[in-house]
Design a protein around this ligand. Structure first.
Ligand SMILES: *Cc1c(COP(=O)(O)O)cnc(C)c1O
Length: 391
């Protein structure tokens, strides 16, 4: 593992598990607090004219946020990470890089909120896009003179399509398109898109990075200085920075990223195999199953398969029955926390996605999504056994 210019240690190249424990020593407070302090201040005093401490106003910089940004940049092998008040604020800020008339290519299976942003806000601002299945289709015929970027998630939400980032990046680099990857589903623990040729990585920090469903946050990570400068300028101007307290919560969440994800992934694989054997379950989509079409690519480009699992049942009634009868699992939106959540994409995360697109992607009223947590696997299985037996 490359330390990517980290100055925390001089001759050790540390693992990602260790990286999660490393505060940026150059940003430590003067007392050496290991739980990094929450700098709950809007503004900072200057010692004299032209003598800034590097912190002026929290919309622009804040020590707690900077500590967090340094760690996220380190985990993603970027030169900078910018922390936002939500994942959507991160995506919306990236859209400010473009001007009316610009075109981008997106994957057709994306987080519903991102699709809503592109449809309702970006389009109004004069951007145009083409949505295709990037896991299957070549982008070349869709590139126009005004195409500026390609935007994707892999695996996708909720259908778990896997795109070969490295292969795609060869084309985007040649055509000078920005390759933007939302890496929320795997987190930097399992996948580093910048190393595979992406230009921008996005995270909803609300999910695995925060890890406890107690805060909302987002990140943009880059490896190019010019792009970073431009994004920092938009950031300080539009003002969607993450608050000091929320920065602290995500800093704390990252400490356990590795152990949480190892356990959640182990549970997800077990549960995927288990659900596959159930009569009422007609399809299980988990990229860690060898029959998943993206399995081989994931093995190449990621260090794991994650903890997200989608399954389809025999009828809408069965789906509703499961949602009505979960006890240990929470029926809730979101993902990436320590507890297992079940989501109904058609009425929750993807409620604002146009019907034809839902149909095309196979998101119907029989599809359920699980964000698998770190509970005892026997209890999760018992939950489903109880529900299926009472059907
Ligand atoms: C949740 C999510 C977002 C949006 O993040 P918020 O923190 O909810 O604003 C974007 N992309 C993906 C893949 C997500 O799961």
């Amino acid at each position: 593992m490359d330390c990517n210019g980290c100055n925390r240690c001089t001759d050790v190249k540390c693992s990602i598990e260790t990286k999660c424990q490393q505060l940026d020593r150059s940003l430590m407070d003067k007392w050496g607090a290991i739980s990094f302090p929450i700098y709950q201040t809007a503004t900072f005093a200057h010692e004299g004219l032209g003598q800034s401490t590097g912190y002026d106003y929290t919309r622009m910089q804040n020590p707690t946020r900077k500590q967090l940004e340094s760690i996220v940049a380190y985990l993603e092998n970027g030169i900078d990470a910018i922390a936002f008040s939500s994942g959507m604020a991160a995506v919306a800020t990236i859209m400010e890089l473009f001007k009316p008339g610009d075109h981008f290519i997106i994957d057709e299976d994306l987080y519903g909120g991102s699709i809503r942003l592109f449809n309702e806000i970006s389009t109004k601002n004069g951007l145009t896009y083409t949505a295709i299945n990037l896991s299957k289709e070549d982008i070349t015929p869709y590139i126009k003179e005004n195409t500026k970027a390609v935007y994707l998630e892999t695996p996708t939400n909720p259908m778990m399509n896997v795109t070969d980032i490295k292969k795609l990046s060869k084309i985007t680099a040649e055509k000078k398109l920005l390759l933007i990857v939302d890496n929320t589903f795997l987190s930097p623990y399992f996948q580093n898109p910048l190393d595979l040729g992406a230009d921008i990585v996005i995270h909803s920090g609300t999910k695995f990075l925060g890890g406890h469903h107690d805060t909302i946050g987002g990140f943009v990570v880059v490896k190019d200085e010019k792009l970073d400068e431009r994004l920092r300028f938009i950031y300080k101007t539009t003002g969607a920075g993450l608050s000091p307290f929320d920065s602290w919560l995500i800093l704390r969440g990252i400490r356990t990223l590795a152990v949480r994800l190892d356990r959640a992934q182990q549970n997800a694989l077990e549960l995927a195999k288990f659900l596959k054997l159930k009569k009422r379950v007609t399809k299980v989509i988990y990229p860690g199953l060898p029959d998943h079409p993206g399995y081989e690519i994931m093995k190449e480009q990621a260090r794991g398969f994650g903890a997200m699992l989608t399954f389809e049942v025999d009828s809408a009634e069965t789906a509703k029955y499961i949602l009505d009868n979960v006890q240990l699992i929470y029926f809730a939106e979101s993902l990436g926390g320590t507890e297992t959540l079940i989501t109904y994409p058609i009425t929750q995360t993807h409620a604002d996605v146009p019907k034809d697109l839902l149909e095309k992607n196979g998101i119907n009223d029989r599809v359920l999504r699980l964000s698998v947590g770190i509970e005892g696997i026997a209890d999760l299985k018992a939950e489903f056994n109880r529900i299926f037996e009472s059907l």
